[in-house]
Every structure is written in C-alpha cells, then in structure tokens.
Unconditional design. Structure first.
Length: 276
C-alpha cells in the first residue's frame, strides 16, 4: 500500500492505474477506522481493481462548537488496518493540501441538505459536499463507496453527483453494527461501557416503531412512543422521523426511511433503517 500526502504524487499514481485500464474505487473517511469503514474498503475491492482510501478530518464540515480538534486521530493503526484490508493507496492530504491559501470555492447542495443534520449542523453539508467533490476530482475515481450510516450524507452526495454530472458511480453500503445492534462509529469510543450498552436502545426503539408502523400503527404515534421511551431512558432525542429515502422530506407513506439523531452522554448517535 502506498501512502500519499501530496497531490502531484496522487495524480502520478492514479495516472499509472488508468493507463493500465484499471477501475479505481474511492472510500472517503475521516480516519479512526473501525469495522464499518473496513467493510466499505472490502466492498470497494469487489467493485474495482484499485482502492484509494482517503483519511482527512475536514475542518470545513465542523461547526465552531464541534469537535474538530478533538476528533480521534489514529493514523498508525488506520494504515495497518487499511493495508490488511487490501487498500492500494492511502490518501492523506494535509489541510493545506486540501485548502491552499486563497481557496474560495464551496459546493452548496439544497434539497436533501435542508432538514435534520443540515439544521443541527449549519454548514456541515457544505463542507462534506466540497471535500467529496474535491476528493472525486483528485482521485478521478470511477466509483466512491459511502456508508448508509450517514443516510442523509449519502443522499446529498448522490444529488451533487447527479446535478454536477460528475463522472463516477456512488455505491451505498449497509450499516455495520456491533453485537448489540449499535451502529459502529468513530465517536463511540467516547461512550462509557454503561452508555455503550444503553446506546443499543436507539436502534431497538427504532425497530419497534418500524414494526408498529408495519402493523398499522399511526406513524406519528409510533414515532412519539419511541421518542418518549428514549428520552425517559436518558437520551436527548434531536430528531426521529420518517422520510422519503432520497429527498429526506417527511412522509407518512411506506416504504420510507426512519432516521434519528440522539445525544447520549458526550456522543451524538445517528441511526437509520428502512421501513416497509
Ligand atoms: P467517517 O469517517 O465517519 O466520515 O465515515 C466514513 C465513511 O464510513 C462514511 O461513508 C460513513 O457513512 C461510513 N461509515 C461510518 N460508520 C459506518 C458503519 N457503522 N457502517 C457502515 N458505514 C459506516
């Protein structure tokens, strides 16, 4: 596996691949890699001849009161894991490489950015769309793999790629969960053992609400029951909603996607699942 930190070296490496007629897949990450990320790398390997994994904690997608400086950084362990997972290139740009002095262009996606994470984290999707557009351009990947863990993000990326006619495919990968059903996340390391056990109540409550809906319960009352149960158990539910899968518009028609964000202790948990 090659470790690349500057753009000319990345361009040279990808040019060689393309000259050889190889199909290239990109897995964008912020590092602190876990089995969820590695499942994306494995899916990328099945999709393409070569896999590039980027590790970049993107300052543009963090708000002023968020955890940019405290975001976990575990580069050495990440590189070992990527090598074992069969990644060909680890792309590790610095902030200066990604945003040289004078950088003045951002990507604004409307539509699916407008609710939920877009409201909770103003400017977040501007940062995500901008860095992903740059990563697509830097790597000239044929396909990029994203986790369904960040469902809204996946829809925002698909929207951007369609709207800007970007020449790559976007592949979504199902959420990887721990044995209790909690979606794996780099930030889960900040949960105490008791909080980590409790955190599995989020997907449980969502699954119960989904089952109730499938058995004819009114959408709002099923969501209310789940929300109340979680808040009573010590979660601070930010949102729990049923939405159209691609537009993220609230809906009460099945099939749909249930999406949730809830704070537990120091961690804001995200989850989502299909209903119907
Ligand atoms: P992050 O490093 O948090 O920016 O995540 C990088 C990519 O990994 C994104 O496409 C995430 O959706 C995906 N991802 C993170 N956690 C999981 C998970 N538990 N299952 C599947 N994909 C995940």
């Amino acid at each position: 596996m090659r470790i690349v930190r500057d753009l000319p070296a990345l361009r040279a490496a990808t040019k060689t691949m393309r000259r050889a007629g190889e199909r290239v897949a990109l897995v964008p990450t912020m590092g602190a890699l876990h089995a969820g990320h590695l499942a994306l790398v494995e899916a990328a390997r099945r999709e393409a001849d070569r896999v590039i994994t980027s590790i970049f904690v993107n300052p543009l997608q963090f708000g002023p009161n968020e955890d940019f400086s405290k975001y976990p950084r575990t580069e050495e362990a990440d590189l070992t894991a990527l090598e074992a997972a069969g990644c060909d290139i680890a792309w590790l740009p610095t902030v200066e490489v990604m945003y040289p002095p004078g950088a003045a262009t951002v990507i604004e996606v409307a539509g699916p950015t407008e609710g939920f994470e877009g409201v909770a984290r103003p400017g977040h999707f501007r940062g995500v769309a901008t860095v992903c557009c740059k990563l697509f351009s830097q790597t000239e990947a044929d396909v990029a793999v994203f986790g369904e863990k960040d469902w809204q993000q996946l829809q925002v990326i698909r929207r951007m790629v369609a709207d800007l006619d970007l020449p790559l495919g976007i592949l979504g990968h199902p959420i990887v969960r721990d044995a209790n059903g909690l979606a794996l996340s780099s930030r889960n390391r900040y949960l105490s053992p008791a909080e980590r056990a409790k955190a599995a109540m989020l997907p449980e409550a969502m699954r119960e609400a989904a089952n109730a809906m499938l058995h004819g319960a009114a959408i709002e009352s099923a969501l209310d029951a789940a929300r109340d149960g979680l808040n009573a158990a010590g979660f601070d539910v930010n949102y729990l909603a049923l939405v159209e899968p691609e537009t993220l518009r609230p809906t009460d028609a099945l099939p749909a996607r249930m999406i949730a964000a809830a704070k537990l202790g120091p961690v804001r948990l995200l989850d989502n699942m299909p209903v119907g």
